[in-house]
Design a protein around this ligand. Structure first.
Ligand code: BGC
Length: 803
């Protein structure tokens, strides 16, 4: 239970005592896209929020997602959550948080909507790149520092999404069925750590648990978060995650955001607006809840020093922030394979760089986490900075990205201005009835008011070839080409985009009509990708043969690693799996870099010389990658999730369900490595795995058992002459007890060790952290094995202990 600051509580009492019922109500729901009301009569400004979680989102218009088009909101773009987790470095988490907190502060935001800490349960969850890890201990250690970093800057963290938001498939309709022990041992610990670290706010999740939406879920919010954990912060709904006034009033939601109402600016129509006010007039119990909500919001305002003249001013886009982005990125790179080719000599002369991801800037993608970055160094730019332009040849090859259909291929629709555009008719009802407001738009997306949009336009095919279309919208939407319904989005789609390929001749004309509904959670999108190979494969392979080395920059992009849809499979996009082996055959010195935030298959692994996992690594990512490739930086990242050979190996897919509507987490606590190990399924790369240019020896394990803790002491020697960092991991397993994982991560430390040096490492594990959920927390007495490991499948030392 937290200590109460009585002086602050008294001031809050005084404020509340002067507030009218209506003023209180106003504080509990949005008054714009990203703010909720303060108490104007008492000079208290509104509460300002912004995404999160790897940069402060650009300034949009007050009541919509349309950009203000400002020039002063280009921000520091940090590595995303999974990259941060790959550093296994608490200091990096603090740094990440402090950049976010300081930049949010400078931009006058009170709350930054992050970090995102849901467990990576399935490799294909669209938001894995925003989240951190498959292991609760790993996330807990990092989230505490990230929250501290944010809040030390007088900005509130908003830890999201509480809880069980582990897939985007049907994200607002799926009811998650999970055992109590998996909930307690796997899905909640990182949230508990954040609550204990006094994260000032939490965001509720979209999904349903025990039949109730998580944004007003009695069990999660009232019983666990607020009562059991004694947390005194603010629960903010996810945008449009609120569905019921009574539940929102009674079951723990404090601020309702983003609800879709008929006229977007009638915020009083929110569930916690007029309907809540009416309830408060009928029964005192609602007023009690209302007062509690207001108290929590005011408390948050006090905690971020909103009323203090000494509130920190924050800072924006400083050299230090850019340096922090670089530092985090350079510690995140994971060297997965190296047959001696890396580091690649700096005097290498003919380097061929291939692939879309060498030049793709990823900052703008991913949906709510998109960042308007001041700049983004791509891998190609980083390599040029390191090896010189004259030594690098680049071929982009096939585009793997879906882009809006360029307006140059559209007919002129706005005759007066001669403007090529789609016509967008916005309706305030889902039946497309009445008079719409008409706009001319250069791409298909849900902007401006209304719940239904009809897009029309005519495309003329520019070149003969294959065209792959990517269409998405909510259930009830219709996509029509030349009068034929190509896709009717039904509830079975559940947010999954419809992707189809057609061959067209140059000059063919397609009349598009897209009746797109935006009542639920799918984005409205019409994108395409074309076969745009710049050069025949044979010519590319000739170039590869002539080069000293080839660097293939592959992976995913935010068409796939994105909020609101999951990936359709675990494979790389486009023809990458065919092209990489050809390149490797043409040039044995082929290195692959993977830009991705969630697992991918690598059927060509044996054929290439090296693989570096380079993440969405922020504005300095390209420089960090080039520094690792060239050996300026010794790689020290390790995987925060298992990379299986195939999706079906993953426990969530083997035992559990992955589906819409109702999803049973039958794998129970055997999430990630716990599940692979249980069944002896060897992964392609294990959780915690990553190579270094240095080599390490572990020795002299000494485990001391104290009353409340165990101290795990051991030495690591850097047996190379390269200064390096090693992530040492401590796993613990209970012996002779049925139905428990072989081992579970209980501690880790990233240690800097100079070449030739030996360091003594001490990791202290609280005995409480060894408890299991058994209807309550229980410490099982008996024999345990302590494993000191370089990866979950690479145990270097072990000892048995009795507890
Ligand atoms: C996302 C949140 C985000 C919010 C506001 C939602 O769609 O799930 O993570 O903070 O939008 O942009």
């Amino acid at each position: 239970m937290k200590k109460t600051n009585t002086s602050i509580e008294k001031q809050i009492d005084a404020i509340i005592s002067k507030m009218s019922l209506h003023e209180k109500i106003e504080m509990c729901h949005a008054n714009s896209r990203m703010t909720s009301a303060g108490v104007p009569s008492q000079g208290i400004d509104e509460l300002t929020m912004n995404d999160g979680p790897h940069g402060v989102r650009e300034e949009n218009l007050r009541h919509s997602w349309i950009t203000q088009g400002r020039t002063d909101d280009f921000c520091t773009y940090l590595p995303t959550g999974s990259a941060l987790a790959a550093t296994w470095n608490r200091d990096m988490a603090y740094l990440h948080g402090s950049v976010l907190g300081e930049e949010a502060r400078f931009r006058n935001k009170d709350v930054i909507l992050g970090p995102g800490i849901n467990i990576v349960r399935t490799p294909i969850c669209g938001r894995n790149f925003e989240y951190m890890s498959e292991d609760p201990c790993h996330i807990s250690e990092l989230v505490v520092q990230s929250v501290k970093g944010i809040q030390d800057a007088d900005t509130a963290a908003c830890v999201k999404h509480f809880a069980l938001n582990n897939q985007e498939l049907d994200r607002s309709g799926v009811n998650v069925e999970v055992s109590d022990r998996a909930l307690r041992e796997i899905y909640l610990p990182a949230f508990k750590a954040a609550a204990d670290a006094d994260a000032y706010s939490f965001m509720g999740a979209y999904n349903i648990y025990k039949g109730q939406h998580c944004c007003h879920n009695k069990y999660l919010l009232n019983d666990i978060l607020k009562d059991e954990w004694g947390w005194d912060g603010v629960v903010i709904s996810d945008w449009a995650g609120t569905h019921d006034t009574e539940e929102a009033a009674l079951y723990g939601l404090d601020i309702e955001m983003g609800t879709v109402v008929k006229d977007l600016i009638r915020y009083n129509e929110y569930f916690l607006g007029d309907p809540f006010e009416e309830l408060c007039k009928t029964d005192e119990k609602y007023v009690k809840c209302l007062d509690d909500k207001v108290r929590r919001i005011l408390r948050l305002m006090f905690k971020i020093n909103k009323f203090s003249p000494d509130r920190k001013p924050g800072s924006f886009n400083t050299k230090e922030h850019q340096q922090s982005a670089y530092q985090i990125a350079s510690e995140a790179m994971v060297l997965l394979k190296n047959d001696g080719i890396l580091p690649l000599k700096k005097d290498v002369k003919k380097l061929l760089v291939v692939g879309d991801n060498a030049v793709t800037q990823h900052c703008h993608g991913g949906n709510s986490s998109a960042v308007k970055a001041l700049y983004e160094i791509t891998p190609l730019q980083g390599l040029i900075n390191k090896y010189g332009k004259e030594n690098i040849d680049f071929v982009k090859n096939i585009s793997c990205r879906y882009d809006p259909i360029p307006t140059e291929y559209l007919d002129i629709t706005e005759l007066k201005a001669g403007c090529r555009a789609f016509v967008m008719e916005c309706y305030d009802n889902t039946m497309f009835q009445g008079d719409p407001t008409v706009y001319y738009v250069d791409k298909v997306e849900a902007i401006h008011e209304g719940v239904a949009r009809r897009f029309t336009g005519v495309i003329t095919i520019p070149e003969t070839g294959d065209y792959t279309f990517y269409v998405n919208a909510d259930r009830g939407s219709k996509f029509i080409m030349n009068g034929e319904i190509v896709r009717l989005f039904t509830s079975a789609n559940n947010g999954v985009p419809y992707i189809f390929t057609k061959h067209y001749e140059k000059g063919y004309r397609i009349k598009i009509r897209f009746d797109a509904l935006t009542v639920g959670m799918s984005p409205v999108e019409l994108l395409w990708t074309r076969d745009t190979s710049e050069m025949p494969v044979d010519d590319l392979l000739d170039k590869a043969r002539a080069a000293d080395a080839v660097i293939y920059c592959g992976g995913l992009n935010h068409t796939y690693d994105t909020e609101s849809t999951d990936r359709p499979h675990m494979d790389l996009l486009g023809d990458q799996n065919e092209l990489i082996p050809l390149l490797a055959k043409a040039n044995p010195n082929t290195i692959v870099t993977i830009t991705a935030g969630s697992p991918v298959t690598m059927p060509w692994l044996d054929e290439v010389k090296a693989v570096v996992w380079s993440w969405y690594s922020g504005m300095e990512g390209g420089n960090a990658l080039a520094d690792v490739i060239s050996g300026n930086v010794c790689p020290s990242g390790k995987m925060p999730f298992t990379l299986p050979y195939k999706l079906e190996d993953c426990p969530a897919h083997r035992y559990g369900e992955y589906q819409a509507t109702n999803c049973k987490y039958n794998e129970d606590i055997y999430v990630g490595y716990r599940g692979y190990e249980k069944d002896g399924i060897a992964p392609m790369f294990a959780f915690g795995y990553g190579l270094s240019y240095a080599s390490f020896e572990y020795a002299d394990l000494d485990v001391i058992t104290n009353d409340d803790s165990i101290e795990v002491n051991f030495s690591i020697s850097n047996t190379s002459d390269i200064d390096a960092k090693e992530v040492a991991q401590v796993y613990v397993g209970i012996n002779g007890v049925e139905d428990r994982p072989l081992q579970e991560l209980r501690g880790f430390e990233k240690v800097s060790i100079k070449g030739g040096e030996t360091k003594r490492v001490s990791i202290v594990i609280k005995k409480d952290d060894l408890r299991v959920w058994n209807g309550g927390w229980t410490l099982i007495n008996g024999s345990y094995t302590v494993y000191v490991a370089a990866a979950s499948d690479d145990v270097r030392l072990k000892a048995d202990i009795l507890i």
